[in-house]
Design a protein around this ligand. Structure first.
Ligand code: ZN
Length: 493
């Protein structure tokens, strides 16, 4: 017999086999689970959303996931509504983000501090807004000719300059605003982050904000930057001004329509929504009810006197979103209220199920532990669900515990099976193997089973114990096994 390998080398061999088994198991099982999952999704192929009809009636639209044209509507009280038109014309709205509870105190990374916007001329000037990345920081525009690649100049609070921009002329603008888009209108979707802005939005029709005009909220001022005219103008001032949004008014709301609507600027201050036209003339002013002053809400203008405010709250674990509707007047006084709960589970698997699926694909305690303690918490932090690890870990644990429990029980059970087998075969290093299989779960157990030959166990002629016949002596009574009886086919040299 060859010299027995050290336990380390043997464990390595078994670990390699475990990985091989893990792959051979994980791929087909993962594939089966994904088939089951999409079948489950197809069995409930509708998602619900709240839509406000042009006449101001709120409706619940049930949209098919599989067919875009398949929509049914019902009223808040559940009566079915049908239309002659194909699709519901809905009312324009502006959605004001809530004020961040804590202003993030980290610096933005270089690439997310640059926004490229073209002025749309031929040849174009490519303007870049460069932010210093600090939470209470500032930035300025620098323009380059797209043909000659020469620098054209800079723009700050005092307008255009051919040379360097003096520090005091930079536009003060917190990086958290850059992040949430609250104070920098027309950046979303119309700029290319840190790339050359080869495409531009163009004029977008009369009465709408052209692609080369930007609005920035800077220290209580709304400034309008016109990249073509190379001008910077203060349109509005209010010490508590926090955000600016485009407010469309008129009919036709499909983004691709040659719509008959004009755009206005909706500003949020501490206690009011102010509507300006694109030249900065005040059109309307609505009081924000006290309880909504720091919250996210969606505002619909119903008519001259009445407004509809929608707020929503998701309960993720139950897959339910509660919409709260409040009809109010310009002074922010509530006229009436309604509430409706919509199911929003579709397309998202329950997180507990997701953890269990991961545990089924890789049934190993070490993997479920790593996913629970590291992968998921980092993902939650990345998704901005939370920004501290302890909280992310408790979120993760709340959903992962069934999967963790299952893999730990599996690891413990298989570890016991290893103990039994080690005893039956009279092998050493039992603790090492038990630990190995407990940590690596089912793949570990398969690695253990496959890493060596298991000799047949036959009753010992001396003591009767079932002894493996891969050695000369009985492991129970140490008596040497008798030589096998000659069969008459042996070849003697
Ligand atoms: Zn024996």
């Amino acid at each position: 017999m060859s010299k027995p390998n050290t336990i380390g080398r043997t464990l390595c061999l078994a670990a390699l086999l475990a990985v091989g088994f893990g792959l051979a198991w994980g791929f087909p099982v993962g594939w089966c689970l994904s088939v089951v999952q999409s079948a489950m999704r197809a069995s409930a192929p509708y998602y619900e959303q709240l839509e406000i009809r042009e006449d101001g009636t709120p409706l619940i639209g049930s949209h098919s996931v599989l067919n875009y044209d398949d929509v049914t509507y019902r009223t808040l009280s559940g009566e079915a509504v049908s239309f002659e038109e194909d699709r519901l014309e809905t009312l324009h709205a502006v959605r004001f983000g809530g004020l961040p509870k804590r202003k993030p105190n980290y610096r933005r990374r270089w690439r997310s501090r640059i926004a490229g916007i073209s002025d749309g001329r031929r040849p174009a000037t490519y303007w870049y807004f460069l932010h210093d990345g600090r939470p209470e920081g500032a930035g300025y525009f620098v323009g380059y000719d797209s043909k000659s690649r020469q620098r054209v100049g800079t723009m700050g609070m005092e307008g255009f300059r051919t040379g360097e921009l003096p520090t005091e002329e930079r536009i003060h603008f917190g990086s958290y605003n850059f992040l949430y888009g609250g104070g920098f209108l027309q950046l979303d979707g119309r700029y290319s982050r840190a790339y050359e802005p080869r495409h531009h939005t163009g004029s977008r029709g009369t009465g709408r904000i052209p692609g080369w005009v930007l609005h920035i909220v800077s220290e209580g001022r709304l400034i309008q930057v016109d990249l073509r005219r190379r001008s910077v103008e203060v349109l509005f001032e209010s010490p508590e001004l926090s955000s600016v949004l485009a407010l469309p008014r008129g009919t036709g709301n499909q983004p691709h329509d040659e719509a008959d609507h004009r755009e206005f600027l909706a500003l949020r201050t501490a206690d009011e929504v102010v509507v300006l036209d694109l030249q900065g003339n005040e059109e309307d002013r609505y009081v924000i009810p006290t309880d909504l002053r720091e919250q996210t809400f969606t505002l619909y203008e119903l008519d001259e006197e009445e407004l509809l405010v929608e707020t929503s709250k998701s309960r993720r674990s139950q897959g339910v979103t509660t919409f709260h509707l409040r009809w109010m007047n310009r002074a922010g006084e509530t006229l009436r209220e309604e509430q409706v709960e919509l199911s929003r589970t579709l397309g998202r698997i329950d997180r507990r199920v997701e953890f269990c699926m991961i545990a089924t694909v890789v049934p190993a305690p070490i993997v479920s532990t790593l996913v629970t303690a590291l992968v998921k918490p980092l993902q939650y932090i990345g998704n901005r669900e939370t920004n501290n690890y302890a909280e992310a870990l408790s979120l993760s644990l709340a959903d992962a515990w069934p999967a963790l429990l299952l893999t730990y029980l599996l690891g413990a059970g298989l570890s016991y099976a290893v103990y039994r087998r080690q005893c039956r075969f009279g092998l050493s290093y039992t603790r090492w193997w038990m630990l190995f299989v407990f940590v690596l779960g089912l793949p570990g157990f398969m690695g253990y089973r496959l890493h060596r030959r298991w000799a047949p166990r036959l009753a010992c002629p001396t003591c009767g114990a079932h002894a493996p016949r891969d050695r000369e002596n009985c492991f129970a009574c140490a008596t040497e096994f008798p030589a096998p009886l000659p069969r008459g086919t042996e070849v003697f040299a």
